[in-house]
Design a protein around this ligand. Structure first.
Ligand code: BG6
Length: 483
């Protein structure tokens, strides 16, 4: 299968925070991979901007090291890394002062797409937006890209939206949720809306429940300071799991265009029920041999922040009322595994007499080993009557599509190219983010008011036993967390 790469228009991409961790690990390696794929036109340039005093030549060394460490397999022919580095520039800049802005203005070109990536703390978004405007660095075609966390509650998210809206139209603002850039997350839409098979059954009449799991094996590591102020709810549920839920639950948009898709996602978020406290389990991982527990890692023996969360969520609309969505995510779990499972209802009448409970289960595996499995019921081979057994119709995307699927572009690669193309479909709109916080805030406020303490769970386990019990009360079971 041949991958089609359509070059984008020439651009000047400025990365504020150009020496930061995200730039080093994701943005620069992602750009390099797109360059290797032939998607960056010769006129495209990347301008790192940060407080550090360095010149363009030192920045090129920094970029080269980042690429060697994080770009993965370098498929470029000899010499092309240099070709890529030639497009790199650097300007030392002060987001809150005047230093560097006129140098940046001298560097920017008028006849190319201008994009500004705010890979900085959200507290600087407003300052950057203001200075870009003040120094005449924007026009109506300019795009800005902002990273999560987009606020820590509704109030702060609204303030950020207001700060950006003072200088930019919504059509110019690209709020990144990197889950939307994952190949298989987009496949959720392809599976749902590109097949006749599933959509007629995709509702509470046929679906018993849906599980969304994002399990990680890593702990909070060096991010303890940030993480302990966020927890799994703010770090993962309010954004990544919420987006997955939206793509699974939304009505078919009339077309695959930014506002049609985002309008439908917004309706899902607004239809989410408030969550009862007994429908949530929060957990914190304990130490294991050679690895510290959560509280040690964040250096706070009394921390009440959750590194795991499981919850039962209702979507009150015509399609889903009565079908629960079970969400769970956590760190230091048994395996790295993100998947969405749609468990269909049992047959309402079996012509084969008394049988065990057999159901169709559709499982969409997001990472790793991307693919789809559909559990179907067949006859167990051999004599002795009509005994039924469930078997998987298993499709790994790598097996079905070859190399093309086994090395998909990283989420950031796709999203950055979408910014240059001016396609906002895979970015969150301001009202979506606010609606997500409006649903999240009362849940977090409830924990704080009641002083809830997370349950502990063993590192390397599937999470707290209370999460298992939560489903058992509904006579359901979680899918195994397995890689
Ligand atoms: C980030 C969270 O947004 O997503 C991290 O801040 C988490 O805590 C990461 O580890 C997971 O992303 P991925 O792409 O590895 O599933």
């Amino acid at each position: 299968m041949v991958s089609r790469v359509i070059p984008v228009e020439p651009f000047d991409l400025v990365i504020f925070g150009g020496t930061g961790d995200l730039a080093r690990r994701k943005i620069l390696p992602g750009l390099f991979r797109r360059f290797c794929a032939g998607q960056m036109p010769p006129e495209a340039r990347v301008i790192g901007a940060a407080r550090a005093e360095m010149d363009t030549s030192a920045y090129r060394t920094f970029v080269s090291e980042a690429i060697q460490e994080f770009a993965g397999v370098l498929t470029c022919e000899d010499g092309t890394l240099d070709g890529f580095l030639e497009r790199m520039h650097y300007v030392p800049i002060d987001a809150r002062g005047e230093n560097g802005w006129s140098e940046l203005a001298d560097l920017m070109r008028d006849d190319v797409v201008r994009a500004y990536y705010f890979s900085v703390a959200p507290g600087l978004f407003g300052d950057l937006a203001e200075r870009l405007n003040l120094h005449g660095l924007t026009d109506e075609a300019t795009r800005i890209v902002v990273e999560k966390p987009f606020g820590r509650d509704l109030e702060t998210a609204r303030a950020l939206n207001r700060d950006l809206a003072a200088y930019f139209d919504e059509s110019q603002i690209y709020r990144i949720d990197h889950y939307l850039g994952k190949e298989t997350v987009q496949n959720l839409m392809a599976v749902r809306f590109g097949n006749m098979l599933f959509e007629p059954l995709w509702n509470s009449q046929y679906v018993d429940h849906i599980q969304i799991t994002v399990a990680e094996t890593v702990g909070v590591g060096g991010r303890g300071e940030y993480y302990d102020k966020s927890g799994a709810m703010r770090d993962m549920v309010q954004n990544h799991l919420m987006q997955l839920l939206c793509l699974i639950a939304m009505e078919p948009p009339s077309k695959f265009d930014p506002d049609a898709v985002r309008d439908e996602k917004l309706k899902v978020i607004r239809a989410l029920d408030p969550v009862e406290p007994h429908h949530i389990v929060r957990g914190q991982y304990e130490a294991e041999e050679g690895a510290p527990g959560y509280r040690e890692e964040v250096n706070d023996p009394r921390s009440r922040t959750e590194s795991y969360i499981a919850m039962k969520v209702g979507v009150s609309n015509w399609r889903w009322a009565g079908t629960p969505f079970y969400l769970r995510t956590g760190k230091r779990l048994k395996a790295r595994c993100s998947e969405i499972t749609v468990v269909f209802k049992a047959l309402n009448h079996s012509i084969f007499g008394e049988q065990e409970d057999h159901r169709n289960v559709l499982s969409i595996r997001l990472q790793p080993n991307e693919g789809i499995t559909l559990g179907v019921t067949i006859k167990e081979p051999g004599p002795g009557g009509m005994r039924l057994v469930d078997v998987p119709l298993d499709m790994s995307f790598a097996d079905a599509l070859g190399d093309h699927a086994s090395d998909p572009p990283d989420a950031y690669e796709r999203l950055i190219m979408d910014v240059i193309r001016g396609n906002q479909t895979l970015f969150m709109r301001g009202d979506e983010v606010e609606a997500a916080w409006a649903w999240t805030d009362p849940i977090i406020d409830g924990w704080e008011t009641r002083g809830d303490v997370p349950k502990t769970y063993d590192s390397g386990s599937e999470g707290p036993v209370d999460a298992v019990q939560m489903l058992a009360r509904d006579t359901r079971v979680w899918r195994k967390v397995a890689s």
